[in-house]
Write a protein that binds this ligand. Structure first.
Ligand SMILES: [Zn+2]
Length: 369
């Protein structure tokens, strides 16, 4: 069994978005679910550890973001305090009085977990944080996101922890467009392999990150957009792992695995249509766990992104935490192929999407020669 750190503090529930899918109940209810399953609180099983987040400095935020974005978020928060009402930073990203602090603690929660992994206190971590981050780029907070927690974690691992090869696996149903934009030309130090597994951008926000967006310069071939058709379901994700992700990970040999852990690909999610089940998330973590044990000293750090069905968010995160501990999923749904995995969609994944990805990536990866 592995020791798994869960990063949480009330500040994550204080980022108040009003009547909004990205709401405080997401983490409040998940904490309740974790307590029911003895993963959090006084009665927790010994291999689940509580990790306290810390604030990151603005200098660290500047690794991925401009002063103009920092000032914009600060100004929005000042206005919301003055007017005592929510302020929209973009069409769907809301600021409240606690937003700036919550965002600093969200990134800092990931840093604290990474520190705990490096000190040996835990093997793997999960930051149950808000606001999420993967849609934010250098200059814009957008898509419910403020600062890009996963991008900043990459910088922390390469600049401070001096790692050379880091992987991000973003399995949120929406493309990690902010992360992609930040790293499109590569890192200052070290190498990044970035997978974004998402519902095809022609059918869902943000409408970018297509299979032929593969990065440029030294990053070319190390950005991988796996654009699943709606209703792809668990079988499609298994194909993507077997044929694309696992061979690339074995070739890249990551020293650390980061996950943009979004749970809105679940079939009950109100915003998307990918058709994952609670146990799909266990499958993903189990596969990444094998790679982490082989190449990365077991090290995985997940940060919460989306996931808007409150009940299934709690179930799926519970499953992820168990998989991080190398244990079996608690929540298993019945696999109803006819509803969630249409045969023609699976055929599209197998005969179109995967061959297309292999062809595009073949010049950069021996696995596809
Ligand atoms: Zn999402």
């Amino acid at each position: 069994m592995k020791n798994v750190g869960i990063v949480y503090q009330d500040i994550y529930a204080k980022h108040d978005t009003g009547n909004h899918p990205e709401c405080a109940d997401r983490v409040i209810n998940t904490i309740k679910r974790l307590k029911e399953n003895q993963m959090y609180g006084d009665n927790r099983i010994a291999h689940f550890k509580k990790i306290d987040p810390r604030k990151v400095s603005l200098d660290q935020i500047r690794w991925s973001h401009s002063n103009s974005l920092i000032n914009k978020v600060n100004a929005a928060v000042e206005t919301t305090i003055k007017k005592n009402s929510h302020v929209y930073i973009d069409g769907d990203t809301v600021a409240s009085p606690a937003t700036f602090d919550a965002a600093l603690y969200a990134t800092g929660g990931n840093f604290a977990a990474i520190d705990a992994i490096f000190s040996g206190e835990i093997d793997r971590g999960f930051a149950l944080c808000r606001p999420p981050g993967h849609h934010s780029n250098k200059d814009y907070a957008r898509g419910f996101c403020i600062f890009n927690n996963i991008a900043l974690s990459v910088e922390y691992l390469t600049r401070v922890k001096k790692l050379n090869r880091v992987v991000i696996v973003d399995f949120d149903a929406h493309a990690g467009n902010g992360t992609e934009e930040i790293f499109y030309s590569g890192l200052e130090q070290g190498e990044l392999l970035f997978f974004s597994i998402h519902q095809h951008p022609n059918t869902l926000y943000p409408g970018t990150c297509f299979v032929d967006d593969i990065g440029k310069g030294k990053q070319q071939g190390k950005i991988v957009n796996i654009t699943l058709a709606p209703y792809s379901g668990q079988k499609s994700i298994e194909l993507a792992f077997e044929q694309i992700i696992m061979p690339m990970l074995r070739e890249f040999q990551p020293e650390f695995i980061l996950c943009s852990a979004g749970f809105d690909a679940h079939h009950n999610d109100p915003l998307t249509n990918l058709g994952f089940m609670d146990q799909t998330y266990s499958y993903i973590i189990h596969e990444l766990g094998r790679i982490s044990d082989e190449f990365a000293k077991g090290r995985i750090q997940c940060t919460l992104e989306g996931g808007y069905n409150i009940k299934h968010l709690g179930n799926s995160i519970t499953n992820v935490l168990n998989s991080l501990a190398d244990d079996n999923p608690i929540f298993k749904e019945t696999d109803d192929f006819s509803i969630r995995q249409k045969a023609e969609i699976l055929e599209y994944t197998e005969n179109k999407l995967i061959p297309q990805l292999k062809a595009i990536l073949a010049p950069y990866w021996k696995a596809f020669h």
